[in-house]
Design a protein around this ligand. Structure first.
Ligand code: PGA
Length: 224
């Protein structure tokens, strides 16, 4: 069985109450989705929720890993408002880096993204490096890439599994260090299987459908 990563990107959503409700909802679905030995489910909430979710996961032995949706391009110190890798490393094992919404709205340039990757790797956080097509430079050290065509994000119009597989194949051949490519963009429980069954894809990055624990659990179940 191949390794799968099913990643929930909550984006800028959920307060504390909603997050606990999500975890409780996910908990009720565990019997339906387990065993998931070769599948890693990763939840990426807003920064405000990370430590509390970590406590909940640990206390209830939930089969969930934690990731952040971004990471600082600076270190600790006089960088007001930033969350550096050294502090994130207490809570997360993964970090989404270079999501198209950050490239577009927050001026995350390629050189700045390379710095973010370096910072993550220095504290053993695995970057989930997002690219919008096969031509984007992938920084050295990145093993996990998410291919997310902009027109598929939040539109209900996913790429085809065939095309996503072709892009993933090109990403891998152009970047020998990349071990896994995920697909992201309008993934649902109904279409996930088509993507994860493709030879060059090892999972999905899910936005909208990850906000509902039942929908996210159904994606995990159907990916098997
Ligand atoms: P979507 O978002 O699943 O809502 O299309 C995916 C993403 O932006 O990571």
């Amino acid at each position: 069985m191949k390794k799968l990563f099913i990643v929930a990107n909550w984006k800028a959503n959920k307060n504390e109450k909603d997050a606990i409700g999500w975890l409780e909802g996910f908990y009720t679905q565990l019997e339906k989705i387990s065993p998931i030995q070769d599948t890693e489910a990763i939840v990426c909430p807003p920064f405000t929720l990370l430590l509390q979710i970590k406590k909940y996961i640990d206390a209830n032995a939930l089969p969930l890993s934690l990731g952040s949706q971004d990471i600082s391009g600076f270190g600790t110190g006089a960088y007001t408002g930033e969350i550096p890798a050294e502090l994130l490393g207490e809570a997360v094992r993964y970090s989404i880096i270079g999501h198209s919404e950050r490239r577009k709205n927050f001026n995350d340039t390629q050189s700045f993204l390379m710095q973010k990757v370096t910072n993550a790797l220095a504290v053993n956080i695995t970057p989930i490096f997002c690219v919008q097509n096969e031509n984007i430079t992938i920084p050295a050290g990145v093993k996990l890439v998410a291919y997310e065509p902009i027109e598929a994000i939040g539109t209900g119009k996913p790429d085809t599994p065939e095309n996503a597989d072709g892009v993933a194949s090109k990403i891998k051949s152009g970047n020998p260090g990349v071990e896994y490519v995920l697909y992201g963009g309008s993934v649902t429980a109904d279409n996930v299987k088509g993507f994860v069954d493709k030879a060059n894809l090892n999972g999905v990055l899910v936005g909208g459908a990850s906000l509902d624990p039942l929908k996210f659990s159904a994606i995990l179940k159907n990916a098997k």
